[in-house]
Design a protein around this ligand. Structure first.
Ligand SMILES: [Zn+2]
Length: 479
């Protein structure tokens, strides 16, 4: 019993220290480990399996909207990076450079890609000649490197995994349509699979991607009231095309520049899953993303027939399409429960001699701890229902949490007080002037998360300067 207690005791309570709780969960749920490369992590099997499921879900959605996968080099010649002025200024401070190949100093240094716009542009300039070559809708799954000063597992690391989509279109309308379409793909993944509700909107010029005309974003709220940018989609207009000379011959024989987009989602989303759904017993994974949905835990497994029944249940449920494991280790049931809870496995099924005699099993939900006694003959149907309900309720709970931590304010005094005292989103009107964004950041550390697509008018004037308001903005302190 002493040992059982220890597993949970090793996690700091999220109400005491959320940051430490996060670090503890990441470690105890065996998602990552530190390495001898500063700021870089090992993603362990339990963490990587979540990423594989995100990839699988996202890639299927990509392919349904005509995206093709490619792979480009991880190195970018310095001259190529410098072709688009805003872009290089945005990324230069955090770029890692390769200066030597073996013993020889390189004639031109190569950066390790922080993102691949420039390489795709270089590629597209050769690949696209005629309107017949358009559109190009490519994506790559890869890692990128950004030399961050402070790092945290999944949320900010020097090397992280992501996908980056890069497209080229004949018209501005088509590029805009694609930018929005991909943002909606991300929003769908977050809400339907990860059970994370999102606000869809547009970034202010200050917060938009370096080199973009417009950046669209989905923003989510973590349990501690901080915001997390969960996916972005950028419309580049023809800015990169002009810098890289990406032109095509149109049907009317005129030479035109292409219009481009890019969009990305990263391993940060694993951090979001932890921080939206986790509790003081560890991780809670939504059933649709969980690598293991069910842990069958035999009770009194030394007794005749118990383990056989546990395996039979596993086999039957796998046959029915669930992801199931049996914990047949020699640990005590209580310890197994704690481990299953720590790892966030959505449900456990308890089966012991008395259950077998009664022809039943006990399904226990990870999120609510609700115990559901079920006849063995109905197990598969009941399990489907329980997982489905749990998925829906996790989204609803996260939405209720976000909505109850979203505040509308009118005056600057109210703004500063709310943002400092009530973690969450603050909604307020803004004049469109970056000076107000700068002042707000200076005074509170909060940033403009997005101008939601669903605009409302809370008042006529900017919360900061009192000039006429142009947009409703979601403000927040962010990861
Ligand atoms: Zn203002």
């Amino acid at each position: 019993m002493a040992k059982e207690k220890k597993l949970v005791e090793e996690i700091t309570s999220m109400d005491v220290d959320f940051a430490q709780w996060y670090t503890d969960v990441v470690k105890k749920a065996e998602l990552t480990d530190y390495t001898s490369v500063k700021g870089c992590m090992v993603i362990k099997p339990a963490g990587y399996a979540i990423w594989e499921n995100i990839q699988k879900e996202l890639d299927a959605r990509f392919k349904a909207v005509g995206v093709e996968n490619v792979y480009l080099p991880m190195f970018i010649p310095e001259s190529l990076l410098q072709k688009e002025k805003d872009h290089v200024e945005g990324f230069a401070p955090e770029v890692a450079w390769v200066t030597h190949g073996g013993m020889e100093e390189l004639q031109e240094r190569l950066c390790v890609r922080p993102t691949s716009e420039t390489l795709f542009c270089d590629f597209y300039a050769k690949e696209i000649q005629s309107y017949r070559d358009l559109p190009k809708v490519y994506n790559q799954w890869c890692s990128v490197v950004r030399w961050e000063k402070t790092t945290r597992p999944f949320l900010r690391s020097r090397e992280f995994l992501w996908q980056e989509g890069h497209t080229a279109h004949a018209t501005a309308e088509e590029a805009e349509e694609r930018t929005q379409q991909m943002l909606n793909v991300y929003a769908d993944l977050c809400e339907e699979v990860l059970a994370i509700p999102v606000i869809r909107g547009r970034k202010t010029d200050k917060e938009k991607f370096a080199g973009a005309e417009a950046t669209y974003t989905i923003e989510s709220l973590m349990h501690d009231g901080k915001a997390l940018q969960s996916g972005t989609s950028h419309n580049f207009g023809d800015g990169f095309a002009k810098a890289f000379g990406i032109q095509y011959t149109a049907k009317d024989n005129t030479l035109q520049y292409v219009h481009q987009t890019s969009w990305g989602m990263t391993t940060r989303m694993i951090g979001a899953i932890i921080m939206v759904h986790g509790d003081n017993s560890g991780l809670v994974l939504p059933p649709r993303i969980a690598p293991t949905q069910v842990m069958v835990i035999p009770i009194a497994q030394h007794k005749e027939g118990v383990l056989d029944k546990a395996y039979a249940i596993r086999d039957e449920l796998i046959q029915a399409g669930f992801k199931v494991k049996v914990d047949d280790s020699d640990k005590s049931p209580g310890w197994k429960f704690s481990e299953q809870e720590m790892k966030g496995i959505p449900v456990r099924i308890e089966i012991g001699p008395k259950d077998i005699e009664a022809g039943q099993a006990v399904i226990v939900r990870r999120d609510t701890r609700e115990k559901i006694v079920t006849a063995l003959e109905n197990l598969s149907a009941k399990l489907a229902q329980v997982l489905d309900t749990m998925q829906k309720e996790m989204l609803e709970r996260a939405r209720a949490h976000r909505d109850s931590h979203t505040y509308d304010v009118q005056t600057y005094e109210e703004f500063v007080k709310t943002i400092n005292e009530k973690p969450g989103f603050v909604r307020a009107m803004w004049c469109g002037d970056q000076a107000c964004e700068d002042k707000i950041k200076e005074d509170t550390t909060a940033t403009a998360r997005c101008m939601p697509f669903k605009q409302e008018k809370l008042s006529d004037v900017c919360v900061c300067c009192g000039k006429p308001a142009k947009a409703l903005v979601y403000w927040g302190k962010a990861y």
